[in-house]
Design a protein around this ligand. Structure first.
Ligand code: ZN
Length: 299
């Protein structure tokens, strides 16, 4: 079971968030057919988005994290809500670079230089958007920069995906350690020591520790506040896809009707196909004409 846990240490002056995302990232790999380096890059973004989602205040809020770069992946987006549903898409999934020196998956090269954009959709209130330049394009450092600069919360981030011989995701997760207001010089020194001696999070997860055990091993007085089950889940439906189709220009819809006699829409998050036949398209066009007529009369 994949999970995010939130915890405090040092009497609330240090916040710890740990995510285990192995199943979620493996599901994303099978849906999007990602090659190992793309799996690592996308998995890291999905894992960090799961953590960002857990920080939202209300169940109907959501957060969208997008990475754009000049590397071959081009763009990746992940969407998470507070109830643990995560989904995403990736521009080019067939990217696989191994760093010559470290022999590790070269995520930075696959992403290139670019930006990280975070959009918080708070439903009733207006959206909050924040964009930073990527620091290392390894995702972890970039989110650490985001927390520190955009949220004024000094943070350390460890995020990683372990990919197996057959391209399957063996372990994936993230750890975020944040200094809360009131953190002392001593808290910072201890936290830095913990971060500097941290094993890669994918290794810790591969060893079989769950998020609560991982958090408890970091500091002496860890108090677990909350745990959320998380999964890769898409909320698309035929109804919502039809609404999206209705936004297409009426001339293009008529082309679809006359030339293709159908419209096939594939959800970019889960690859589910929705087929609209002649009758469906004719009905949508009729509704659009009706809508335009009504608009004319109301003026
Ligand atoms: Zn979908």
């Amino acid at each position: 079971m994949d999970q995010v846990i939130k915890a405090l240490a040092h009497e609330g002056r240090i916040r710890i968030i740990v995510a285990k995302t192995t199943n979620l990232v493996e599901k994303a790999r099978t849906i999007h057919d990602t090659e190992p380096t793309a799996s690592a890059a996308f998995g890291r973004l999905l894992s960090m988005s799961a953590i960002m989602g857990s920080m939202l205040k209300h169940p109907d809020e959501k957060i969208t994290c997008s990475v754009r770069g000049d590397g071959p992946i081009v763009k990746m987006t992940a969407v998470a809500n507070q109830t643990g549903q995560i989904k995403g898409f990736i521009g080019q999934p067939h990217v696989n670079f191994i760093n010559e020196t470290t022999k590790k998956l070269d995520v930075a090269r696959a992403i290139g230089s670019g930006t990280l954009e975070v959009v918080k959709d708070m439903r009733l209130k207006s959206n909050f958007t924040s964009t930073i330049h990527l620091v290392s394009s390894e995702i972890g450092e970039d989110f650490a920069q985001f927390f520190t600069v955009s949220e004024q919360t000094p943070s350390a981030v460890s995020v990683g995906v372990l990919v197996g011989e057959n391209k399957e995701v063996l372990a994936s997760g993230a750890i975020v350690i944040q200094m809360m207001p009131g953190a002392t010089e001593e808290d910072i020194i201890i936290a830095e020591h913990v971060v500097n001696h941290l094993k890669p999070v994918s290794t810790i997860i591969a060893e079989g520790q769950n998020p609560a055990e991982i958090a408890k091993a970091l500091f002496e007085d860890v108090e677990i506040l909350d745990d959320i089950d998380i999964q890769y889940a898409c909320d698309c439906s035929r109804h919502r896809t039809r609404s999206a189709l209705k936004l297409i220009d009426i001339l293009d819809l008529k082309d679809m009707l006359l030339e293709d006699e159908q419209a096939e829409i594939i959800c970019q998050f889960c690859k589910k196909q929705y087929l609209f036949n002649r009758d469906d398209l004719a009905e949508i066009i009729k509704e659009k004409i009706q809508f335009d007529e009504n608009k004319k009369h109301s003026h």
